[in-house]
Design a protein around this ligand. Structure first.
Ligand code: ZN
Length: 575
């Protein structure tokens, strides 16, 4: 699934060396565009990590030393622009510009809330890890190894000061984030060992690398000491947010129309409705898969058994990537035949095996260019299961069976993330492409799954619908889990029941989800919240417009506002 990073830490370490791609034309700027240009010039300086993430050519290697001075600088910057943006007179702005101004104001509010209220720099030691910056340089396909090593210098030189300041910031960590920090920094050490140390390195660079490795090792040792003392005193901070902080984070991160509580209630209702639909389909399919047996009395157990038979219809490990490759043209044809969305033929999707150093838990993901590299190709990374152990491989292939694979491809590629990205990159508003809203991005991908099946993709196959509903249960369960952990004190046992028995997940998947839910807050809610608001808005328009409603027109207009929050898009479409 595509991740939108919210990067708020910053400190300039590496200034522009090449001419940046212009976000704004050189001449003829309106007053508001000029203000945005000034803002962005300062913003990249104060937040080079975000510049690097966005693909800004002037910030190819950035690291922030999280000193106290730096924190103060950031607060001052965001306060200054919070005031500047609130002073802008909106009367002479177009609707689109008003939306940009609204987004900018909210970005300032959110950054300040993170720095002054949420303050994860005091309790999340995994904030400090040079691995992301190292990896970002290393994965740059256009750079030679010599050039990459030159860029890495900038990061490595700062590593000792970076880790020292980071450790100083930690007051009372949560156990979960502390364990994560140890694990991820260990991962960075492994990364250096495997990819960088294997290169032909000169003495000066080798020394610098050694010094950085020592800083990382020291940080890990310090964290282990902290862990020992907090364990002894039972003084860790809880990973659960208070309902008040949760609600604030929900509003800042997701920017939905509805409150966290309303979304939670809708998720419960949708989950129950999904169960009823799954029971109905499974009843109908039972005799096809179990001609000799009576269905179990427990309805969910019956659904589970039918799902199991369906999951046995899967590709072989060797042909998994080609199975994905073959499905994409079918999806494109369907979208075109049914007139659902225009697809840009000049930008074909490149399907490839996920590069080894990028492989994680995801079966597939979209690797797309940032706002500064619009001409770069987009890759659909598919991880071949061949490298997994025999048992994991079988479980992976059952999960991504012939039916689930189609839902995955709809979500990640056509007309999900990939199609949305092409539209997003067409937006001429730098604000909307740089401060993309994750709820809109994930919500769109989840919406397209339902839309495709409703339009008849897969010929209304009951197997495909049942599999889809299992996938959709993951979406509703994520929302229920996330809300319940922080607001209703949900225990791990309750979570496992929610995910395994009620959502038909494998125990390992459910364990991983519990871990993720203890480490992130609110993000797991974005899929359902986004889906619910897009789908709900479409249904409302359908009702209002009657026979005049045109699905393609709706999709194209919805996608034309870049990665704006759904709330903003609805406002623009309704007025
Ligand atoms: Zn996704």
């Amino acid at each position: 699934m595509k991740k939108i990073l919210i990067l708020i830490a910053s400190f300039i370490i590496f200034s522009c060396q090449t001419a940046p791609v212009a976000l704004f034309p050189a001449k003829g700027l309106t007053e508001f565009q000029q203000l945005q240009k000034t803002f962005f010039d300062e913003y990249w300086e104060i937040n080079p990590g975000h510049a690097m993430h966005a693909g800004h050519p002037g910030y190819q290697a950035a690291l922030v030393v999280p000193s106290e001075d730096n924190l103060k600088q950031q607060v001052a910057f965001y306060k200054k622009y919070q005031k500047t943006f609130s002073d802008v007179k909106t009367t002479h702005l177009s609707k689109d510009e008003q939306a940009d101004l609204d987004i900018l104001t909210k970005v300032m509010d959110r950054a300040l809330w993170y720095l002054e209220v949420f303050q994860s720099h005091h309790w999340d030691p995994s904030n400090y890890n040079i691995g992301y910056a190292l990896g970002k340089v290393w994965e740059n396909r256009e750079k030679s190894t010599t050039e990459k090593i030159r860029l890495l210098n900038h990061i490595l030189q700062l590593a000792p000061a970076y880790y020292e300041a980071g450790f100083k910031n930690i007051k009372t960590p949560t156990k979960e984030h502390l364990d994560l920090a140890i694990k991820q920094n260990q991962g960075t050490l492994d990364f250096i060992e495997k990819y960088i140390l294997s290169q032909n390195l000169d003495q000066k660079f080798s020394d610098l690398l050694k010094e950085s490795q020592t800083s990382i090792k020291n940080y890990i040792v310090n964290l282990e000491g902290l862990k020992e003392s907090h364990t002894r005193k039972k003084s860790f901070k809880s990973f659960r947010l208070s309902p008040k902080i949760y609600d604030q984070k929900f509003r800042h991160d997701l920017e939905t129309i509805n409150s966290a509580k309303t979304i939670y209630k809708k998720a419960i209702k949708d989950r129950d409705l999904t169960h009823r639909k799954m029971i109905k389909i499974s009843n109908e399919l039972w005799s096809k898969y179990y001609p000799k047996d009576k269905p179990p009395k427990d309805n969910l157990e019956m659904v589970q058994k039918v799902l199991y038979k369906i999951s046995l219809q899967h590709s072989a490990a060797e042909s998994f990537v080609s199975a994905v490759r073959e499905q994409i043209p079918q999806l494109i044809n369907f979208v075109e035949e049914k007139n659902l969305l225009s697809l840009d033929k000049s930008k074909p999707l490149k399907i490839r095996e996920t590069p080894e150093y990028m492989r994680g838990v995801a079966a597939a993901s979209i690797d797309s260019p940032g706002p500064f590299e619009k001409n770069r190709e987009t890759f659909y990374n598919v991880t071949p299961p061949a490298s997994l152990s025999a048992e994991r491989q079988q479980s992976f292939l059952r999960e991504y069976n012939n039916y689930m694979l189609q839902i995955l491809n709809i979500h990640e590629a056509i007309p999900g993330h990939y199609a949305q990205l092409i539209y997003g990159n067409k937006s001429t508003s730098p604000v909307k492409s740089i401060f993309g809203n994750g709820t809109m991005v994930e919500g769109w991908a989840v919406y397209t799954e339902r839309m495709m099946l409703e339009e008849g993709y897969g010929n209304h196959s009951p197997e495909l619908w049942l599999t889809y509903y299992k996938w959709f249960l993951r979406v509703t369960s994520n929302a229920i889990l996330d809300y319940s952990i922080h607001n209703l004190n949900m225990t791990k046992a309750q979570a496992m029941d929610l995910l395994v028995r009620q959502a038909f997940q494998e125990t390992t998947e459910a364990e991983e989800k519990w871990n993720r839910a203890t480490l992130t807050q609110v993000q797991l809610n974005s899929y359902y919240a986004g889906f619910e608001e897009i789908y709900g808005f479409r249904e409302k328009l359908k009702k209002q417009q009657g026979p005049k409603f045109n699905l393609k027109k709706f999709h194209e207009q919805f996608l034309s506002y870049g990665n704006s929050p759904i709330k903003t898009i609805i406002h623009l479409m309704e007025n």
